[in-house]
Design a protein around this ligand. Structure first.
Ligand code: SAM
Ligand code: SF4
Length: 466
């Protein structure tokens, strides 16, 4: 997945996380060598990479910025769409020469899980193949590699544990990501995730809250709880905290000012989540609720477990909240059998719901998924046409929605500084990007009030209101 909004600034980072007290890497041990970790895919993958980096740093490895400078090259992959998986093999081809220099090359993540040991056949220069459900065994696997083993695999998906590490290297100095549930027990007919990430496993509420307290002590004021179906969270401890209770408990941790969560599954989205948001302003005004299609017929074929009408009931709950909550979604166009009339239903859903933003994808047949047996009947050009129509429509909706905010003032967490003098950027609680002018000397990591003076479909423009 890409980023929710297009920020258009040089970067969204402040000081390197390693500069913060308490999250520094242990002093490098040159005997262990260096690693380069490249990540492709969604926020879950980004956060998995942060945890993998933590495991390596705690074993004395040092992270470097290029494959050339590394003794260990790791590629954390995504296979949600075919193009993403193809990219992995072309990148591995580029790494071939590097293995001759004595470098160790490893493939992690969804492609590793999906292709398994076949990767060794296609790319014999690879020494490690490890799916995300086996990351907790990484220390043992690293030990095997260090001992000279050239074929190390971690491909179990039947784990009942989540991947927790002593140390996680966090790449965003303002927002900390935290996985609270791994894997997925749903069975959407197009999706590889249940296969590549294994069954659903929730982390205990105690360990989540302990980590949030540590993060707060380190200076993080915003946390984002992650899971493929984050709201299916089921506390394995005797406390049996519900997801909405967990949200409130995280928000209660002193020092935490913003709590986000993604991705919610519509079937498990209930009123108590909206009530929690209403009662606690630290819970951000944003819900990401993927719909995938506006046609009940297509939703049935996708095995999404809800109809258009049932989805709209959930939207009604969110839109009826006591304070406005931004709503974003994911949509797939060109699913097998999607007729023009089905697609029109998706367009009419956009009109009805008025999303604040969306991610849109052309259907891509994936290995091991039930929809693979359906004929991929929509030609590529037609998928592209539908995608473009959908995006045009959404752009106009966003233009209108963002324009209606001109004149309002929002709290912004400042997370970027433009090359242009006195220009800053950050996010509102509704996750809108705001680019704004301020004469202040240093604002990174602070919360400021910004008055909106103009709007584009993807961002707001404003000025620091003091
Ligand atoms: N768990 C989340 C959910 O239920 O919506 C999303 C998981 S997936 C990583 C992110 C998005 O990728 C999905 O919401 C879907 O829109 C898209 N996606 C997944 N499989 C796809 C496929 N085979 N072809 C096209 N898009 C796909
Ligand atoms: Fe994939 Fe569906 Fe699970 Fe989301 S809920 S990860 S789309 S199977």
């Amino acid at each position: 997945m890409g980023k929710l909004f297009d920020i258009g600034l040089q970067q969204l980072t402040g000081p390197a996380p390693g500069d913060r007290a308490g999250v520094d890497a242990p002093a490098p041990n040159s005997a262990r060598g260096t690693f380069f970790l490249e990540t492709f895919g969604c926020q879950m993958n980004d956060h998995d990479s942060e945890k993998v980096a933590g495991v390596l740093l705690s074993r004395g490895y040092r992270q470097v910025e290029s494959a050339e400078a590394a003794s260990l090259i790791l590629y954390n992959t995504c296979s949600i769409r075919e193009k993403a998986a193809q990219k992995v093999f072309s990148r591995l081809g580029e790494y071939r020469e590097k293995q001759k220099d004595g470098k160790i090359i490893g493939v992690l993540g969804c492609v590793a899980q999906q292709e398994g040991e076949d990767i060794f056949e296609r790319a014999p220069w690879v020494s490690l193949v490890c799916g995300s459900a086996s990351y907790r065994k990484l220390p043992q696997m690293l030990a095997e590699l260090e001992a000279g083993n050239h074929r190390v695999t971690g491909l179990d998906t039947d784990t009942d544990e989540t991947f927790e590490t002593e140390m996680t290297r966090r790449d965003n100095p303002w927002r900390a990501y935290l996985t609270i549930i791994e894997g997925c027990d749903k069975a959407c007919s197009y999706c590889v995730v249940p296969f590549t990430r294994g069954p659903e496993r929730s982390r205990s509420s105690d360990s989540i809250l302990r980590e949030v307290r540590q993060l707060s002590d380190l200076g993080y004021s915003e946390v984002q709880l992650l899971g493929q179906t984050v709201n299916s969270y089921s506390d394995p401890t005797s406390r049996r905290m519900s997801f909405s209770e967990l949200l409130l408990a995280v928000a209660d941790v002193p020092g935490i000012r913003r709590v986000r969560f993604t991705t919610s599954h519509p079937s498990d989205f209930e009123k108590d989540i909206v009530e929690a948001i209403e009662s606690q302003p630290k819970l951000c005004d944003h819900v990401h609720l993927p719909v995938q299609s506006g046609s009940s017929k297509v939703l049935r074929a996708m095995q999404r477990t809800y109809s258009r009408e049932e989805y709209l009931e959930k939207v009604g709950m969110i839109r009826g909240a006591k304070r406005p909550i931004a709503l974003t979604t994911d949509i797939i166009v060109g699913f097998p059998g999607e007729t023009e009339a089905d697609f029109e239903e998706t367009l009419s859903l956009l009109e009805e719901v008025q999303y604040d933003s969306l991610f849109s994808f052309k259907y891509s047949p994936r290995p091991n998924t039930p929809s693979l047996s359906m004929t991929d009947s929509i030609p590529e050009e037609e998928k592209s046409r539908r995608l473009a129509l959908l995006q045009d429509k959404q752009r106009e909706i966003q233009r209108a929605r963002n324009s209606s905010l001109v004149g309002e003032t929002f709290e912004v967490l400042v997370s970027g500084k433009s090359r242009r003098e006195n220009q800053w950027a950050g996010y509102t609680t509704s996750h809108r990007v705001v680019n704004f002018a301020s004469q202040a000397q240093e604002l990174l990591g602070t919360y400021v009030q910004v008055r909106v003076t103009d709007a584009t479909p993807n961002s707001l423009l404003g000025e620091h209101a003091v």
